[in-house]
Ligand binder design. Structure first.
Ligand code: ATP
Ligand code: MG
Length: 249
């Protein structure tokens, strides 16, 4: 990534791509993760490769929701770990959340590699390896979570989650924050707070909002969450993609 000049017009996109490649080489990201990355890049391109105002609102609501949570958990998959390991650790620290490795294509090797990777980036503790509970309603391997992690959580942040699991988590009564660049995907559509933004921009921005809300009263945080309109956020992202509206401002 050192070789990409910082003024290259597609700088961030190229850095992202290299991180995913390195993630695959390191055994952190699955090969399907490469396909997910390509899909994400296409949507990011259409969104103007920036955090649109409605996504910033969602990120602020996500921060408020995480601060209000009794037991927030940040779910980490192979793409998230490759792209924003340090940023995830920082967010977890800022809002007092657990980090849990949660893979669609679960192998013990990848679970370990991701946990080690997060620890190398400063995570004190990483959940997901016990996998002693299950999310009801989805098949065995894909359902496995930690009893004292996602299973117990009241608020779960899931970046790039697949639709079935996002739905199953919502059915368990979890308040779900989903980060996904595709506003038409089922996963953000089942979320209480859909964040239509690149995880690379979304995680640090949620952390920044959480820091600025750190001393806010509970009722102020509750008002931020109550004022957030998920339907509208999805609609505005779709509008941006279809019409490019707002891009010139
Ligand atoms: P489903 O309908 O089950 O949700 P899907 O087609 O969305 O299926 P995946 O390939 O698992 O299935 O989706 C990966 C999702 O992750 C895509 O919607 C893609 O836009 C999103 N994505 C990929 N990279 C990023 C990223 N860096 N930041 C945010 N979202 C991303
Ligand atoms: Mg999806």
């Amino acid at each position: 990534t050192e070789d990409i000049p910082s003024d290259h017009p597609r700088h961030d996109s190229l850095v992202t791509r290299h991180r995913i490649e390195a993630g695959v080489d390191a055994g952190i990201t699955s090969r399907q993760g490469l396909i997910a990355e390509g899909r994400g890049e296409a949507f990011d391109y259409l969104l103007g490769e920036e955090t649109i105002p409605s996504a910033d609102d969602a990120e602020r609501a996500a921060a408020a929701q995480l601060l209000l949570a009794e037991h927030p958990v940040l779910s980490v998959n192979g793409n998230a770990a490759a792209l924003v390991p340090e940023e995830l650790v920082e967010l977890a620290e800022t809002v007092g959340a657990d980090l849990e490795v949660n893979l669609f294509n679960r192998t013990p090797e990848r679970m370990e590699a991701i946990a080690d990777h997060l620890q190398a980036h400063g995570a004190p503790d990483v959940k997901g390896l016990d996998a002693d509970e299950r999310i009801p309603g989805i098949d065995h391997e894909r359902a496995r979570v930690d009893a004292d992690g996602i299973y117990d959580a009241d608020v779960v942040l899931v970046p790039l989650e697949d639709g079935d699991r996002a739905e199953a988590l919502a059915e368990m009564g979890k308040v779900e924050i989903v980060i996904d660049l595709n506003p038409l995907s089922r996963s953000p559509r089942t979320a209480a707070i859909p964040v239509i933004d690149n995880i690379i921009r979304a995680i640090p921005n949620i952390t920044a909002h959480a820091r600025s809300l750190e001393s806010a009263e509970r009722d102020e945080l509750e008002a931020i969450v109550a004022d957030f309109d998920a339907e509208r956020a999805l609609h505005e992202a779709e509008e941006r993609i279809r019409t490019g509206a707002g891009q010139e401002q």
